[in-house]
Design a protein around this ligand. Structure first.
Ligand SMILES: C[S@@+](CC[C@H](N)C(=O)[O-])C[C@H]1O[C@@H](n2cnc3c(N)ncnc32)[C@H](O)[C@@H]1O
Length: 152
């Protein structure tokens, strides 16, 4: 069950490391979360958006199921996320979660996305999005495994 996060920004910042580690360490096989951190553009606005989106697209393979993180996307709850991931695993598609840079992503990357996922209408800093993803992947693992981490 390969899940990778592709994000703009070279490394996890110090304040986010503990939160990310806390959840990724609890993942057990066959769940597997890896990170591809890509450098941000030295340009601004549209030019940065295009350059960073091109870098992200360069890491994506045809069989990947691409979930783009965007506050304008669709809201889903955690059980629905767990089902969404499980259905892709069952089809044998690696899941790629994409976090854009400061200016978001361009139309080409939007067009490649199989699903556009909004965590909230609020805009979060990308380190916080990384942390939330680590926790939600762990939560999805626990929901799919029928374990009691997720109480509703
Ligand atoms: C600082 S935000 C950039 C927001 C940028 N103004 C835009 O228009 O996309 C960096 C990235 O974090 C992710 N992000 C931030 N808030 C989000 C949210 N509420 N839901 C989903 N993704 C979010 C998106 O991938 C976004 O490209």
């Amino acid at each position: 069950m390969s899940i990778s996060v592709v994000a703009i920004g070279k490394k996890h910042e110090k304040w986010a490391v503990d939160g990310i580690e806390r959840y990724t360490q609890r993942l057990r096989k066959p769940y597997d979360l890896s990170w591809k951190l890509l450098p941000h553009s030295s340009r601004d606005g549209e030019a940065a958006r295009a350059e960073e989106s091109g870098r992200i697209l360069g890491t994506i393979k045809p069989q990947d199921h691409v979930v783009l993180l965007d506050e304008r996307g669709k809201n889903i709850d955690s059980p629905a996320l767990a089902k969404h991931l499980q259905s892709q695993f069952d089809l044998g598609h690696p899941v790629v979660l994409v976090i854009g840079g400061a200016y978001g992503v361009d139309h080409e990357l939007h067009a490649r996305a199989d699903f556009v996922w909004s965590l909230s209408k609020l805009v979060f800093p990308h380190q916080l999005v990384r942390m939330v993803l680590a926790e939600q992947v762990y939560r999805a693992q626990e929901i799919s495994g029928g374990r009691p981490y997720h109480h509703v």
